[in-house]
Structures are given as C-alpha cells and as structure tokens.
Design a protein around this ligand. Sequence first.
Ligand code: CTP
Length: 397
Amino acid sequence: MMQGKKILLGVTGSIAAYKSLLLVRLLVKEGAEVKVIITPSAKDFVTPLSLATLSKHPVLSDLFEENTWANHVELGRWADLMLIAPLSCNTLAKMAQGICDNLLMATYLSATCPVVTAPAMDEDMWKHPSTQANLARIQEYGNRVIQVERGELASGLYGDGRMAEPGTILDYIKTVIGQKQDLVGKRALVTAGPTYEAIDPVRFIGNHSSGKMGIAIAWELARRGAQVDLVLGPSSLTADYQGVSVHKVTSAEEMYNTSLGIFPAVNIAVMSAAVADFRPVTPAGEKIKKKEDKLILELTRTKDILLALGQQKKQQVLVGFALETTGERAYALDKLKTKNADLIVLNSLNDAGAGFGYDTNKVTIFDRQGGETAYERKPKQQVAADIVDRIVNIMYA
Ligand code: CTP
C-alpha cells in the first residue's frame, strides 16, 4: 500500500520529535520514499543527521541553503502526502494564519497533496481555546488532524496532548493515501443506532438496530476527508475513528436536540438511526411493580429528526433511510417528498442478509429526479461507499 509513495515529513519543535525517527523507519520499511523538512527549533530535539540517515535523503530546513533556493513548490508537488508530526502549538498557529517564515511553512502553503498532522503538546496548551480554534480552522482548510493521546506528558503531568504513536500514525496514513479525497474540508452529521425510550428507571422501548450501517457511513465520510459528527444511540459497537466525533445519546429527544444543534454547520446529513416513533408520555419515577394483570402504557409521538432537518435544509445534502416490510417503493418515494430529502436509502426486511445486525446490506437508492438504483447485497462498508458516492455526485453536480 505504501510501496513507492512519496511522503514529506515535517518535524517541528516538540519533545515528541524523537518519535519522528521511528516514524521515518516505519515508513521506509513499508516501501515509502521519505523526505524530511525540519523547523529550526526542532533541531534542539532531534538531529538532522539521524533523520537524513534513516530517510536516506538530506534533511531540509532553510529556504536558502548553501546559496541555493530550496524549491518549496516542487517539494509540495512531489509528495503524495505531507505529514507534520509532531505538530507543535506554534506551527499549528502559523498554519491557521498562513504565516510563511520557514521552509516547512512555505512547503505546506504550496502543497497540493493531502496534509495530515499529529499534534503534540502539554494538556493545558492543548485545551487552550486558541489551540482548539486553530485546530478547527486548519481542519476547515482540509487538513487532517490525528487525535492526541492521553498519558504522561513531558511536564510530568498526566493528561491529553501526547502525540499519537508512530504505528497509529502509519495506520491512519494508509487509510488516507490512495483514497478518494472528495470530501476534504466538508462537514457531515450522521445518526446511527437505536433509541431507548424510558418506561421506568429500569425498562425502555427500543429496537434491534445495531448501528453498524450508520457507523460504516460515518467512517466512509471521514476516510474521504469529511469531519464527521456521529450522533449514536445506545449501541454496543465502537465507533471511534480518526475524523469522527461521537456524541452518545439515549432517547429520541436527545438525538433530536443534538442533531439539530449540529445541522446548521454541516454540508451533509445522513439519518440512518432507527429512531423510536413513540415514547411513553410520562415515564414512571419508580420501578413499575406487577400488581395488575394488565399494564397500559400511554405513548406519544417522538419528534421526527429527518423531517425537521428537511424543513431547515439550505444547501445541505440530506439522506434518509427507510426500513419497510411491505409497500417498500411507495413508502420510500413518499418519504423523499414529505421529508424533503435528496436521497432515500431503502432496505427491505424481506431481503436475505439485509437489515438489523447483519454485516451485509442490500439497498435501493431513490433520488429526487425519480431515479431508482437497486444495489447488490454487499458488506455494509461497501454499501456505505455507494451511498457516499451518491452524496458526492449531488454535491458536485
Ligand atoms: N427518523 C428520524 N426521526 C424520527 C424517526 C425517523 O430522523 N423520529 C428518520 C430515520 O433515521 C430514517 C427515516 O426517518 O432516516 C425513516 O423515516 P420514518 O418515516 O420515520 O420511517 P418509519 O418509522 O419506518 O415510518 P412509518 O411511520 O411511515 O412506518
């Protein structure tokens, strides 16, 4: 996968710079060609000689070296991927502002390839509002940020801010390189999983949704460059993935409030959650005892998230799901209209290997132009790729 790929590694001034040596070794071992640019302050943490020896290329640092001009435009165009690891607080701020005061920044500003960063800093610096604002801004520009890890920090304190381990960075790069990068700089909202509606403190009304399909969609959107907010109902699955922020919710009401709060900032919204349509009017404060032979629960409608987003929709691409047992086509077409969606993904419970809990799905996608495409039964990750392809087609039509 990495064989022959050209990686430009930027190393900045952080104690985590020592990990860049291991990173170069791992990349070279995988068959990648690595060129390193180091900032002046990074030289206090790691030597250019070690990096040059491991990368088998001279390490570059200055815009002008030995009376020659280091061609940053050429370097930026040479690379298949630029990786800045560790990314210091200072270089992060420069990236957010577009400050061009060294070779690394000049190359970054002229790079046309995907740029991946792995920040490293002390927890207080990491949590500072200016750092968080800068991180948000560089992601808006289309750069990827690998989450920092929690652990012992250079200050001796314990907390967030450690640079991701070289193995984690390598795994991430492999998902970016060679992938379609058609959603860089875009934001997406995905709902997934079931919702639980409380009957009393120990019981609820729920459904069989596992969340697999929605999580696969969130991952596919992130792999292609989008920043994703995944609003996830009670699912036992792990949804963590670079580029995906997970918001855990329990009830339809919580899913509604969280989703509506995020929606105005996104370009894409995919409602794949199996949201309960009804909830108990008044959940009992204490556990209900079995005193009577019958128990009548009064239910009321939950708020329809997809419908509400359809009413608020501006330029966003909105995708809804339909899971039916009868009259599938008519219901799907009706949902397209009533919910003001751009696409409705229909999965029928009558199809083998489709629906709740399976690793595969078989869908038909309906669009606003009256188009109807039936797809083969496939692993959910591939179904997710088909759905995202359709979203991208609408976005760039
Ligand atoms: N949906 C939602 N909020 C709800 C209910 C459903 O966002 N409270 C979304 C689902 O995530 C899915 C789509 O709406 O994308 C399903 O449409 P819906 O009309 O609710 O489907 P059913 O519940 O199957 O509809 P019906 O009551 O017509 O059977």
